[in-house]
Design a protein around this ligand. Structure first.
Ligand code: NDP
Ligand code: 2IT
Length: 444
């Protein structure tokens, strides 16, 4: 058995029930086969892959808090500190009822390669809880965040591990988490990113993942003789990533016609009116259905099905495995020619293979959504310098980073004879830097 196959078999055997983690590891290892085979003896001796697939540390803890009825609630809390070869652990916190250790390991594993691709000095980690923020009062969310941070604060720090937002964690939650960290430690340091602008946050961080997604999409299209202006775009989700992907796509002349949430999707033939979406989602914390009540040209459809909407470009920006093989075929049949992943691993493996085999342009999440964490790293730099850069400065750096990520993925794919396969390119390019650092640092 090849080293790569052997390691995948071990991962499945030793991490039972962690399907998403297996899926993420398999995709990366399959891409790395060419690189590993060429160095098999050296890597085997150093147990490089065994170390790559095992998190450096997983912290798991109890999160007790009191709800508005005086009832004590208990959630599970985690931080997966996956790999610190190239910098302090960096990655978001997810609050969603589906969160478990396997999902956070898949996200942490992806984060290692993503962060490497940014070219910035950040290792990979991920954390979160099965707490469901939906329908909770501000006081309940604060009580949860304070309890969560009371435990997490023992393991993080500006040069150690720097969490940020992800699903269910935005400006409100980062504020509560930061306040509690500062209160417990007495340190006013850049221990979280995505902070408010008045207390150490960076301009553009809110927009960064969505904007970055569209910057790299634009670059991929240009380098393949196509352009974004005038194209019809379908975007899933209606959270942070989806909203700012819509904003940038519209600024660059595309027409976004659909958005969704976990209940259903809206289709607006005239193009999404983003101010209405922002009011529903960012201010009222409502459901996407409300858009169709407010806008006459829009239709709401309950359930999954957004990928049946005809488009030129699809941007999945909700959650893992939200786009399966049937969805991929429907997209292609309706004329879609490009897909870029704003979410982490939104396409199933079968869907990803279909995109690649059918000659569609496809940019995987770890490259396409890296703008968020890259801008988080820019926030860390500003915190260390005790300076705040302008919107234009940060935006220009973000754009530069995304264009560079495209170039790295494109170049690695060409070097290994799989030109145009940005999945392989991103995995290989991300891996190379982490491997160099791990080999240099000895057996740790
Ligand atoms: P938000 O919480 O702001 O929004 C999430 C959106 O996805 C909501 O519309 C939500 O609908 C939908 N969604 C979440 N879970 C499910 C589900 N199980 N089924 C269907 N829809 C679902 O999160 P973000 O926009 O920040 O994150 C979206 C994706 O982007 C995630 O995969 C995240 O890991 C990834 N990402 C985020 C980054 C960031 O900077 N925020 C950076 C890089 C990647 P509903 O409200 O109904 O739950
Ligand atoms: O998946 C991700 O890259 C994020 N949720 C952002 C992480 C970060 O540290 O900004």
């Amino acid at each position: 058995m090849s080293y790569v196959d052997e390691i995948y078999a071990k991962v499945v055997e030793q991490n039972p029930g962690e399907a998403e983690f297996h899926q993420a590891v398999k995709e990366v290892l399959d891409s790395l086969k060419l690189v590993i085979d060429a160095n098999e003896e050296k890597y085997r001796k150093m147990a490089l892959l065994e170390r790559m697939v095992e998190p450096e540390r997983i912290i798991s803890f109890r999160v007790p808090w009191v709800d508005d009825n005086g009832q004590v609630q208990v959630n599970k809390g985690y931080r997966v500190q996956f790999n610190s070869a190239i910098g302090p652990y960096k990655g978001g916190l997810r609050l969603h009822p589906s969160v478990n250790q396997g999902i956070l390991k898949f996200l942490g594993f992806e984060q290692v390669f993503k962060n490497s691709l940014t070219g910035l000095p950040i290792g990979g980690g991920k954390g979160g809880s099965n707490f469901d923020p939906k329908g909770k009062s501000d006081r309940e969310v604060m009580a949860f965040c304070q309890s969560f941070m009371t435990e997490l604060s023992k393991y993080i720090g500006a040069d150690q591990d720097v969490p940020a937002g992800d699903i269910g964690v935005g400006a409100r939650e980062i504020g509560f988490l930061y306040g509690q960290y500062k209160r417990l430690t007495g340190l006013y340091e850049g221990v979280l990113t995505g902070k408010g602008l008045n207390y150490g946050g960076s301009l553009v961080r809110t927009q960064a993942t969505g904007y970055g997604l569209v910057y790299i999409l634009d670059e991929m299209l240009k380098k393949n003789g196509k352009e974004l202006a005038g194209k019809t775009v379908v975007i899933s989700g209606s959270g942070n990533v989806a909203i700012y992907a819509t904003e940038k796509a519209q600024q660059l002349g595309a027409k976004v016609v659909a958005l969704s949430d976990s209940n259903g999707y809206i289709y607006d033939k005239d193009g999404i009116k983003l101010d209405v979406v922002k009011e529903i989602k960012e201010v009222r914390r409502g459901r996407i259905k409300e858009y169709a009540d407010a806008v006459a040209s829009a239709v709401y459809t309950e359930g999954k099905g957004i990928w049946n909407v005809a488009c030129d470009i699809a941007l999945p920006c909700a959650t893992q495995n939200e786009l399966n093989l049937d969805d991929a075929k429907a997209l292609k049949a309706n004329g879609c020619f490009a897909v870029a992943e704003g979410a982490n691993m939104p396409s199933t493996r079968e869907a990803t293979d279909f995109f690649l085999e059918s000659g569609m342009l496809f940019m995987p999440g770890k490259a396409a959504n890296a703008g968020g964490v890259a801008t988080s790293a820019l926030e860390m730099s500003q915190n260390s310098q005790r300076l705040s850069w302008t919107f234009e400065e940060v935006d220009a750096k973000l754009k530069d980073i995304m264009v560079n990520i495209f170039a790295k993925a494109d170049d690695a794919a060409k070097r290994y004879g799989v030109a145009g396969n940005y999945v392989a390119g991103a995995n290989i390019a991300g891996f190379e830097k982490v491997v160099d650092a791990m080999m240099a640092q000895g057996i740790v």
